[in-house]
Ligand binder design. Structure first.
Ligand SMILES: NC(=O)c1ccc[n+]([C@@H]2O[C@H](COP(=O)([O-])OP(=O)(O)OC[C@H]3O[C@@H](n4cnc5c(N)ncnc54)[C@H](OP(=O)(O)O)[C@@H]3O)[C@@H](O)[C@H]2O)c1
Length: 296
């Protein structure tokens, strides 16, 4: 069985957290069809021991942070709220880069207000360098400097980086120090192995997003269709998604999961993944899963 706790910087957290992006409406835009069902998921998550919730003001926008505050505030002792800055949404829901230092500061302030906290536990700088390398992004040093200033002012405890390559991770570790790297990684997309290795070497928490290969491109269905995943799932009497999450946990003891779901049943399955004990034969079989290009 995988160890159940790890930490973000020196803040202890359960290794299975919750990613709240799925609680917004379709395309992460607007309200969900059933807000009460989303509140039930959040309540059940905390009941089951989730103490690491990943969110963003631009999920909805505003919708997801509002749901979290309405449902969970005042937050139970030890619950860590992690957000990300660097983007906003236009009227049609398009994702717009907003990562100049003054925009990052405004987004941190907006998250503080909407989540109703004095200090955010961790704020990820969400860069465009992986998806849009041509984007005219503000200099990394200025962005990290803005977040380090906010940390100095007590508005956030830890800085993180998201959607970044190895060079940015190295720079962030050496200049401001970071509490996590949040990049896409799953059985279906292992292209971030170099950054994961860098996190292992520097003892930094690694938080894979799209851990089930991304809902946008049918990740959970692709996992279920893979013969290696389904045979390991059948052997353990668990689901293909549980195998994919257990495989992630086995990669690094400071890897923290934040699977996203709108469903209490899926949440309960995801929380049970610590009990899925993959052996060396399982891990070897899973290495043969055919990677697919997932995620926007
Ligand atoms: N930094 C970034 O740029 C970035 C980007 C994307 C996401 N994130 C964060 O990372 C978190 C995780 O990413 P994600 O939610 O997009 O992950 P994902 O890999 O796309 O997984 C979510 C999808 O899996 C389904 N699912 C969840 N548990 C399942 C289970 N046990 N069995 C079958 N299907 C299951 C969900 O559907 P149901 O609702 O039906 O369960 C949803 O369709 C997000 O919530 C967000 O907080 C960060």
């Amino acid at each position: 069985m995988s160890t159940s706790t790890s930490s973000l910087g020196d803040l202890p957290v359960h290794r299975i957290g919750f990613g709240a992006m799925q609680l917004a409406g379709p395309g992460v835009f607007g309200p969900p069809a059933d807000p009460e069902a989303c509140r039930a998921v959040l309540r059940r998550a905390v009941e089951l021991g989730v103490d690491h919730i990943d969110t963003a003001q631009f999920y909805g926008p505003d919708v997801v942070n509002d749901l979290i505050r309405e449902t969970l505030h005042p937050y139970p002792e030890g619950v860590r709220l992690v957000t990300k800055v660097g983007a906003e949404r236009d009227d049609q829901g398009a994702w717009v880069m907003a990562s100049r230092p003054e925009q990052l500061r405004a987004q941190v302030e907006a998250n503080l207000r909407s989540l109703r906290v004095e200090r955010l536990d961790l704020v990820n700088l969400r860069r465009q360098e992986r998806d849009h390398p041509e984007a005219d992004e503000a200099p990394l040093a200025d962005q990290l400097g803005a977040l380090a200033d906010l940390r100095e002012e007590g508005k956030l405890a830890l800085v993180g980086v998201s959607s970044v390559g190895a060079e940015t991770v190295r720079t962030a570790i050496e200049t401001v120090g970071i509490g996590q790297v949040q990049n896409p990684y799953s059985l279906l997309d292992r292209s971030d192995a170099d950054v994961l290795e860098l996190c292992r070497r520097h003892d930094v928490a690694y938080v894979p997003y799209f851990p089930l290969g991304s809902a946008f491109t049918g990740g959970p269905a692709a996992l279920a269709a893979d013969p290696h995943v389904s045979s390991v799932a059948a052997k353990h009497g668990v689901t293909p998604s549980q195998v994919a999450l257990a495989w992630l946990l086995a990669q690094y003891d400071r890897l923290l999961l934040i699977p996203g779901t709108k469903s209490v049943a899926h949440l309960e399955e995801n929380m049970a993944v610590l009990e899925v004990d993959l052996d060396a034969d399982d891990l070897a079989a899973l290495e043969r899963v055919e990677p697919v290009r997932v995620g926007p």
